[in-house]
Design a protein around this ligand. Structure first.
Ligand SMILES: O=S(=O)(O)O[C@H]1C[C@H](O)[C@@H](O)[C@@H]1CO
Length: 620
């Protein structure tokens, strides 16, 4: 195969071309949000049930129960943990939390632990509570003592630092609060709003797990789509509401998320904005637009309160604190400057409710465009189906398919009319080999070389058409291997490790090597086995050639470049057996390998079987 590269760029690479789609689907709580205690505030649980105690366990016969507190720590957190110490017990007694399927204990870290306590009835008790990190067998790695005072009948917050002496391999550990049973016999004590934080990414308070955030950051993503995805709102009653996710943690009620577990909303709108700021990304932010996954759409005369809520959400992000109360709220929380924001998505996958979207889009996009003429609004129905007013200038396309579909559709956007409409490939992934039931049996647990190179073939088409494709993100982004609702995902993790997939490396190779302008070249054969995309980074004057070979045999190629090049360059290759995956048992089975390569104005390159390669050298 001979590829001739054009010397003049057809279009510049859009600044947001590669980014990340996020929602709390096996990914936020217990994942990138660094809180280590599961069910830390008994949010959204039914008091006086054992289910309400999930992730908590009793130690040495203590009585623990989640109560509807007559004087709760806040109106947002009506439940407390009530500890009763029986008479006649001896030794240490209390309760523990198992974390999110484990707690990583690292002797290099200082942990911040805190909780609120009160005595429901005043008592003469005054004694020590020991706060500790210990193995499931009871080996104590770190502990600190606080004194609990029986006359404390109103909520009092205690906070301690914990510095482990060891770094056990196992994450089967507990956070514990214990008292001396003899001293505390007969006492009843209420607790609320526990928290255990490790060090966080860039030291941000209430921030992100360092290893997961670093893995995201190393993909050099340019945008972060939030807060969903389905988790934007499965039912009217439990939809995501920005205002319930900002401010002090004690004021956040949490909600039943759309993926079967309670969201703490500790990772809230401001935390999302800080995530974007700390990783140099721009948010693509969704607003709930009156449709719920249970099929309900609000009628057209009931939208105003939700348009107002969306307006307030946007003002919280970009408003002027001197004129808008929600922008002033942002300033009061520590960020007077507006955050960067260009794109706002109206709903999610509204092709499920396109009839009502005709009026929902009309009123949401109409009102929000008037309020924020500088923003661009993304529609989520199929392009021009139905016809919408005002005419959307951006659409969000989603596709989950087989690797073969992605190969066959590498030219998907080539046929799109250039009529001023831009496209966000907001979700895409090769998820199954089962062409007859992509979402059913045969789902991949982890991306494989076969699925990842299928995505890569498709991505060469996204680059060729990035004059109208302004942003693209694989979905879903993260997967807690101990508790997940969707497979495959880009990055897997457990309580102590992160497992970047083969698709993560494809995303990283394309994102890091995106260039600043697209150089047209010989067009690949439709539904063939070889795909490529050539870009130029005008600041570094590097030429970046991405080559995808989906075939089982290597492919000799010749590239004819438009200008002289430096002879010394590099080839970074991701390749392996088609069914190979990175996983907890094979964490680094397939990683990109970079080696020096000699280039010339016309050079040969053999694309390995089942491979994605980035060839880079400099124009001289
Ligand atoms: O069941 S799906 O509709 O395919 O769910 C998909 C589409 C939705 O936007 C996202 O939340 C989810 C997984 O990424």
């Amino acid at each position: 195969t001979v590829v001739t590269v054009n010397g003049s760029a057809s279009h510049i690479t859009p600044r947001l071309l590669y980014g990340q789609m996020f929602e709390d689907i096996n990914s936020g709580d217990g994942g990138i949000y660094a809180e280590m205690l599961q069910n830390r505030a008994f949010q959204q649980v039914t008091p006086n049930t054992t289910a309400a105690l999930y992730a908590w366990n009793t130690i040495n016969g203590a009585g623990i129960n989640v109560i509807a507190d007559p004087s709760p720590v806040s109106s947002a957190l009506p439940n407390s943990l009530q500890l009763t110490i029986p008479e006649g017990a001896s030794g240490s007694i209390g309760f523990g939390n198992e974390g999110y399927y484990g707690i990583q204990i690292n002797s290099g870290w200082t942990y911040n632990a805190s909780f609120y306590y009160k005595f429901p009835v005043t008592s003469s008790f005054e004694g020590a509570a020991t706060i500790a990190l210990q193995s499931a067998e009871g080996q104590v790695y770190a502990s600190a003592s606080v004194s609990l005072i029986g006359s404390q009948t109103t909520w009092n917050k205690v906070a301690v630092h914990l510095k482990p002496t060891l770094s056990p391999m196992s994450t089967a550990n507990n956070f514990t609060v214990t008292l001396n049973a003899a001293e505390a016999a007969g006492e009843t004590i209420d607790f609320a709003m526990f928290s255990l934080f490790p060090p966080t990414f860039k030291g941000r308070a209430n921030g992100l797990r360092i290893d997961i955030a670093t893995t995201l950051y190393e993909m050099k993503p340019s945008f972060f789509r939030l807060p969903g995805g389905n988790n934007l709102g499965g039912t009217w009653a439990t939809r995501w509401q920005w205002n319930a996710t900002v401010g002090p943690l004690v004021d956040r009620p949490g909600r039943m998320g759309d993926w079967g577990y309670i969201n703490t909303d500790g990772l809230g709108l401001l935390e999302y904005m800080y995530l974007c700021e700390d990783m140099e990304m721009e948010p693509i932010m969704a607003v709930w637009a009156g449709y719920s996954l249970d099929g309900e759409s609000l009628p057209d005369d009931a939208l105003d309160p939700y348009i107002q809520q969306a307006t307030d959400q946007i003002n919280f992000v970009i408003g002027d604190p001197t004129v808008n109360e929600y922008a002033a709220l942002r300033a009061s929380l520590g960020h007077p400057e507006p955050f960067p924001l260009t794109y706002v998505e109206i709903g999610n996958e509204d092709f499920f409710a396109s009839d009502s979207y005709i009026y929902r889009w009309k009123y949401f996009a109409g009102n929000l465009t008037a309020a924020f003429p500088q923003l661009r609004f993304i529609a989520t129905t199929y392009p021009f189906d139905p016809i919408l007013d005002p005419v959307p200038l951006q659409y969000d396309n989603h596709v989950y398919q087989t690797p073969g579909w992605f190969i066959e559709n590498a030219f998907y956007y080539d046929s799109f009319e250039r009529n001023g409409t831009y496209y966000f490939q907001g979700e895409y992934a090769a998820i199954s080999l089962n062409v007859s039931d992509v979402f059913g049996d045969g789902r991949l647990m982890y991306p494989t070389i076969e699925s990842s190179i299928g995505e890569a073939a498709y991505m060469t088409g996204l680059e060729r058409n990035s004059d109208i494709v302004f942003a693209a993100s694989y979905a879903p982004l993260l997967m807690n291997v101990a508790n997940y609702q969707w497979t495959p995902n880009l990055i897997a993790f457990d309580a102590s490790e992160v497992y970047p997939s083969t698709s993560y490396y494809v995303q990283q190779l394309f994102s890091v090597n995106r260039g600043t302008e697209y150089l047209p070249s010989t067009v690949p054969t439709y539904n063939g086995t070889l795909y490529w995309s050539v870009t130029h980074d005008s600041s570094a004057s590097t030429v970046l050639i991405k080559v995808v070979n989906v075939d089982s045999t290597s492919a000799p190629m010749t590239f004819n470049l438009p200008f002289e090049v430096a002879s010394a360059g590099f080839a970074t290759v991701l390749t392996g057996p088609p069914t190979a995956s990175n996983s907890p048992t094979t964490p680094n089975a397939i990683v990109p390998i970079t080696s020096p390569m000699t280039f010339s104005k016309s050079f040969n390159f053999t694309a390995p079987a089942y491979s994605v390669t980035v060839l880079t050298t400099q124009f001289v």
